[in-house]
Ligand binder design. Structure first.
Ligand code: IPM
Ligand code: MN
Length: 393
């Protein structure tokens, strides 16, 4: 369900219809709640200007709830969330909880359950923002990374093994396909840890096709495929093969391949070469942190976990920054920008553009900015200022 039309009676014979969106919000841990508050503030401002309504439905998944009740997120929660088109997410991670428990048990659980196979991460340097790359400006750093979000080394299949011999049965059960591995392990090592990565033809095809479609829609003209086909050749030769098959359907778009190690070098040396980049999950994770740095820092980097036919989820790509919790100092722009991506996914393109313009104006003017950008404004002041400018029109 995207939203519902609400009949607002102003005059009995002339009803006015207003679009009402119900949006689940998961503020999460650490600074999550603070930045999500600013994101909601800005979305509410743009909703007023554009004339639609928002109803937030808040969920308390995260560290506090886990420590109190041992609960992460269960099937019932997931089914409920599945009624909606887009979820707004803060951040996960709590120093009191063993690393990975909340990230795997909530964040990755959501991404996999909803089969959000696209992780869309714009790498865009906005005017007025400092980049550590010498002599590069907003015209040079303006591309998008599409990270595959369900496969590769993220499928959680592997094990640790201390003995001499063991039989292990591992399963990857997906809607798209099912794979079973029967391993007969014989080891003379003191202990081994192993992890199985999987790329499927179907999984690669859908995310690569999404990237080409996006490049076509946004006139990007060029798509780069990332991999490590020179070494991890079984997985990534399949990835390359599928890439070439998909590319053949888009003859007006030029293409190239980069090995991931080389890509990290070119991102820094010649970021202006990139338009749309499509990467397998793990490499996409790594290069988008690098991307965040060249666009001015993690405080400015948004991401969308997208299932074009299902439930998507929008979040800043940074973590929960526990040491800043409650201090009202972190930069909310990544989250506000993620809010714009959420509205775009709902089809509210003008509203999304208004948010981006608000962010751009505030950064360009430079008066209200948080510490990471050399300022001393509070988290809430940045949200207030962006919301104020949106309402000004
Ligand atoms: C990200 C994060 C996550 C990931 C972690 C927290 C599971 O680093 O969104 O990039 O690896 O995908
Ligand atoms: Mn990451």
């Amino acid at each position: 369900m995207i939203g519902a039309w609400h009949n607002i009676i102003i005059h009995p014979s002339y009803p006015i219809y207003v679009m009402m969106y119900k949006i689940p919000v998961i503020p999460g841990d650490g600074v999550g709640p603070e930045i999500i508050d600013e994101g909601k503030k800005v979305i509410e401002a743009v909703a007023d200007v554009e004339g639609f309504d928002i109803e937030w439905i808040t969920y308390d998944f995260g560290g506090d709830r886990y420590l109190e009740s041992g609960k992460l997120i269960d099937e019932g929660d997931l089914r409920e969330l599945g009624q909606y088109k887009a979820i707004y997410l803060g951040a996960f991670g709590d120093p009191r909880v063993e690393p990975g428990v909340l990230e795997l048990g909530i964040l990755l659980k959501l991404r996999f359950y909803f089969d959000q196979y696209v992780n869309l991460r714009p790498i865009k340097l906005l005017e007025g923002v400092w980049t550590p790359i010498k002599d590069k400006g907003p015209e040079d750093i303006d591309f998008v990374v599409v990270r595959e979000n369900t496969e590769d080394f993220y499928i959680g299949i592997g094990g640790r093994f201390k003995g001499r011999r063991s039989k292990v049965h591992l399963e990857l059960l997906r809607d798209l396909y099912k794979v079973k591995f029967d391993l007969d392990i014989e080891s003379s090592s003191e202990e081994i840890g192993y992890q199985i990565g999987v790329i499927s033809r179907e999984g690669a095809e859908r995310v690569i096709d999404y990237t080409f479609k996006l490049a076509e829609k946004k006139n990007m003209g060029h798509v780069t495929g990332i991999d490590k086909a020179n070494v991890l050749n079984e997985m990534y030769s399949l990835w390359r093969e599928v890439f070439l098959e998909v590319a053949a359907r888009y003859p007006s778009i030029t293409t190239e391949f980069n090995f991931v190690d080389a890509a990290t070098m070119w991102f820094v040396k010649n970021p202006e070469w990139y338009r749309a980049v499509v990467a397998p999950n793990l490499f996409g994770d790594i290069i988008t942190d690098l991307g965040a740095m060249i666009q001015g820092g993690l405080g400015l980097a948004p991401g969308g976990n997208i299932n074009p036919e299902g439930t998507s989820m929008f979040e800043p790509i940074h973590g929960s920054a526990p040491k800043y919790t409650g201090k009202n100092v972190v930069n909310p722009i990544a989250t506000i920008w993620a809010g714009a991506m959420l509205l775009e996914e709902l089809g509210e393109v003008t509203a999304a553009d208004r948010i981006i313009t608000g962010i751009k104006d505030v950064l360009k003017e430079g008066r209200v900015r948080t510490y990471d950008l050399g300022g001393s404004s509070k988290t809430s002041e940045v949200g207030d200022e962006i919301a104020r400018r949106i309402r000004e029109v």
